[in-house]
Design a protein around this ligand. Structure first.
Ligand code: BTN
Length: 334
């Protein structure tokens, strides 16, 4: 259920070029005109700029840059992604909130956002450093109709989405380090954590966690990350609008996801490989049993890493320790 405040914001936001009369708002929201006026004052305190003109009504001039359900949805042109937004000022992990929401029936496309995570989670049970209002800490709830074994394709898809958005905003050339770390100039700026609840032949839901470092400076990273993690700000010397970036991620994700469902994985694979870090180059691969040098030749349909050994044999790897040489860092906290 939307609160009266949210409905009011929505009404003003959808007619942003015109004045809406106090009378009209009062009829639509079933509250008095003086109650409308009180809500306007509260919204102004929250950073909204609202113009009130006698005989004409109210008009929303600008939204605060602060993250909220409303600021994310205002001007968001998606069909199914982000139609329901759960925003927390602070939470342990948006993954945790998203799992709870998914288990209680949250719809496909629901998103969870936080200004700050106190126990942000990375891959392989690592902790993900998520400073308040400095980055995008986002989890998407998806209910894809694909078979569970294809779910890794969604992670690869998300990596291309982040790379596309970073490239279009910053004009830098991001790279994706297998399986799904986003690097700028060789340092990690974003990561993806995909978790799934599934039966043998059916996915119940996927929670896709996206962490993107946006406005951190060196001082915002713990000492041990300073040299190895990066942010859009560190790479471009400017501060970025987090809400605008989230909207772009959601729009690009929705378009890419819809295209994937229609056209299948080859479209994503091509895109991924264009951004692929060290494709065609030498890497060193280590498994429990063995260690060898190979050429990284791309990714397989199931997300596996494809490598070509010196004697021409193609090997498919699902997990291994890879020495990428000059490997980029993470937001991992020890
Ligand atoms: C990785 O590279 O290890 C993945 C990092 C994923 C971090 C994001 S931030 C939003 C979501 N909530 C979490 O606790 N983790 C993911």
């Amino acid at each position: 259920m939307q609160s009266t405040r949210n409905k009011l914001i929505h009404l003003l936001a959808t007619s942003k070029d015109k004045y809406t009369s106090g009378q009209m708002l009062s009829e639509k929201l079933h509250i008095s005109r003086s109650a409308i006026w009180k809500h306007m004052k509260e919204l102004e305190k929250d950073g909204y700029t609202i113009e009130g003109k006698s005989n004409q009504g109210y008009r929303m001039i600008s939204f605060p840059q602060k993250l909220s359900e409303n600021t994310v949805q205002w001007g968001l042109n998606t069909t199914w992604l982000g139609k329901s937004v759960i925003h927390k000022a602070t939470t342990s992990s948006t993954q945790f909130v998203a799992h709870q929401a998914a288990q209680t029936g949250a719809a496909h496309g629901t998103i969870v956002l936080a200004d700050e995570q106190t126990s942000g989670r990375g891959r392989m049970s690592r902790q993900w450093h998520s400073a308040s209002q400095k980055g995008i800490w986002l989890s998407l709830i998806l209910r894809p109709t694909i078979l569970p074994y294809l779910a890794p394709q969604l992670t690869l898809l998300a990596a291309t989405v982040l790379a596309d958005v970073i490239q279009s905003f910053t004009k830098s050339r991001p790279q994706i380090k297998w399986p799904n770390d986003i690097l700028i100039n060789g340092n990690k700026t974003a990561g993806i954590l995909t978790e799934m609840q599934a039966e043998q032949d059916q996915i119940q839901y996927v929670v896709m966690g996206i962490g993107l470092n946006v406005n951190q400076t060196n001082d915002d990273f713990p000492k041990e990350l300073e040299k190895i993690a990066t942010s859009l700000k560190k790479e471009s010397n400017r501060t970025w609008d987090i809400v605008a970036l989230i909207q772009e991620i959601l729009t690009t994700f929705e378009n890419t996801y819809d295209a994937y469902i229609q056209k299948g994985f080859p479209y994503i694979k091509d895109k991924w490989e264009k951004y692929g870090f060290k494709i065609g180059e030498q890497i060193r691969i280590k498994t429990l049993q063995d260690e060898w040098q190979a050429t990284f030749s791309g990714i397989a349909e199931d997300g596996a890493l494809l490598s070509k050994t010196t004697d021409g044999e193609t090997k498919k790897l699902y997990s291994a320790e890879i020495d990428w040489f000059n490997e980029g860092g993470n937001n991992y906290v020890k």
